[in-house]
Each structure stands twice: as C-alpha cells, then as structure tokens.
Design a protein around this ligand. Sequence first.
Ligand code: CTP
Ligand code: MG
Length: 340
Amino acid sequence: PLPPLTAKFRKLLDHVCIKCYDDFSPSALEDTARERIRLDLEEFIKREFQGARLSLFGSSKNGFGFKQSDLDICMTIDGIENAEDLDCIKTIEDLARLLRKHQGLRNILPITSAKVPIVKFYHGRSGLEGDISLYNTLALHNTELLASYAAIDPRVKYLCYTMKVFTKICDIGDASRGSLSSYAYTLMVLFFLQQRNPPVIPVLQEIYKDKKPEILVDGWNAYFFSQLDELRLYWPDFGKNKESVGELWLGLLRYYTEDFDFKEHVICIRRKSLLTTFKKQWTSKYIVIEDPFDLNHNLGAGLSRKMTNFIMKAFINGRRVFGTTVKDFPKEYPSKMEYF
Ligand code: CTP
Ligand code: MG
C-alpha cells in the first residue's frame, strides 16, 4: 500500500491525462487532410478498379487517433459482396503495382502472407504511413463501436490517450513487435470503465428494446446501441460516476495490478457479467482480450510469456509512479515520444 495522495497531486494527475489528449490528438485540419488523402487515393484507384471504394477506419475514425497514427484504409468494390468473391492476393498485388505509379506515394509494399493481406505505403506530403486492406468489414464496425464509446463521456478519450502514451513510452504498444496493439489497450480501458462502480460507460452491445437485433457481418453479430442521444433513457447508471480522470487513471492501474484476476477472467467489453477464461477455453495465456464482435479472436493470443511479464511489470511500475505524490511531473516527454 502506498501513502495517500495529496489533493494537489490529484489535480496534477488530472492535468497529465488531459495533456496527453491535448498534445497528441489531431486538429480538425489534420483530420480533413486524412479525408483528402483517402479521396485522392480513391479517385486514383478507380481508374483501374471500377467501383472501388476506400473507407478510413482504425484510429483515424475511432476517436483515439494520434497526429502521427497510420492511415488504416479498407477497400471494397461495388457489386462484390465479400472477400470470398475476390482473389485477394492478386488484388493486393495489382493494387501495389498501380500505387507505384502514384506520384505522392513511396515505399509501396504488398504483404500477402498476413492473416489480413495489405499493401503498405508512405504518403510523402503528410509524412503519414498507411495501409489498404480488403473487405475488413468487422474492423469498420469495431471502429464505429469505439467511436460511440468515445462520444459518451470526455473521460473515455482522456484515458485512452493516456493509456496509448503510457504503452508507447513503456514500449509495450506494438503488436508487430510481439506486444499488444493500440486496439487491445483501448479495449482494456473500456472494460475497466464498464466494470467501475458506478460505471463510466455502459455495455452498448447489451442495450436494446425488446430483443437484441442481429446485424450479421462475417457470421458475427455486429449490433450495438448507437442512438447515444437516447442513452439516458436506456442506461440507469447514466451520469452517476463523478470521478476525475486522474482518479480513474490511477484506478485503472490499480485494477489491472491488484483487482482483476487475469487467470480467471477475460477482458470482454460485450457483456457486463464477467466471462471466464475456462468458458472460452483460453486458459493457456495470461492476458486474454476478446474482440467485441469476432468472438474467436483473442487479442492476447500472440503474447509470449516473457512479453506478458514485461507488460505486467510496466503496469506495476506505472501504478507505483502514478500512485506516489511528487510536486511536479517532468516538463518534457521522454525522447521516445518525439517520433510520435
Ligand atoms: N484491428 C482489429 N483487430 C486487431 C487489430 C486491429 O480489428 N487485432 C482493427 C481495429 O479497428 C483497429 C484498426 O484495425 O482500430 C487499426 O489497427 P491499428 O492501426 O493497429 O490501431 P489503431 O486503433 O488505428 O491505433 P494507432 O493510432 O496506433 O494506429
Ligand atoms: Mg492505425
């Protein structure tokens, strides 16, 4: 147990969390620039792929984007229902050949061996990296789901940004290097906010009038309650949680280091009652995070034991650092954040 925090330090914690959002969230102008790149690429691709449509998803659209976040783009073609009706590998290769002719792009790299084949690119003028995947339809839906949670309460955004900054500084936020994706950490924050008493956010997938509607996407039900202006009528806990962001941030670090039983339970934002790792038969991993729509997808499946320990240690250190009163936080971010 750590000594109690001073009121002044609590204020400082609030300030740090809000600052993560202020420093790293893109301006309206930067958001428009992303939209313009999407449109320009769509026009360009349409010349060879008739009926091609590009949609932005991921952090460009889910409310948790950084200025430097990559451009996640999904391509669909009018008249083609789903990926099964398309030779994905050939399409990605053709797309790469075409994009190499685009003046504004560099480092075109098709990756066809991945679970989701993509073509990567670098957009010179904006300095942004991006990738185009095909019929990544569930990701479009989980982007909408996350955006809805972000819109419910400003503390959701502050905490998800703080979490992202924390994971980047601790070097635990890069799935391509064996740790967890931003998406996985965002699910961890949302789960914590749902489990808090009183909760800060509801479980949108459990709110419906009579019977849960079915919106089938790739065989999964992608329904969630999206009429947020009516949320107070359907969610009895609306507005009950009055904690400050700083309190919640420390609460989150405490929750994942002291309260949450990783061996027993799944991090799962689609239901309020706790789901067991036993029920999912996901008992071989310590950190288990269920995708809200693709219920066969455990976002922690790729973690080694060593990486799991490294992540848990980062949380334990974080809990100590943020739970110990100091007069001031450093004025600068660690140099790692400069590349952000
Ligand atoms: N995604 C997914 N399942 C995963 C990883 C990603 O469905 N295992 C989807 C999510 O919609 C996610 C998007 O792909 O938001 C993009 O992933 P990524 O670029 O890794 O994360 P972002 O949320 O975009 O965050 P960042 O700012 O770090 O790019
Ligand atoms: Mg992204």
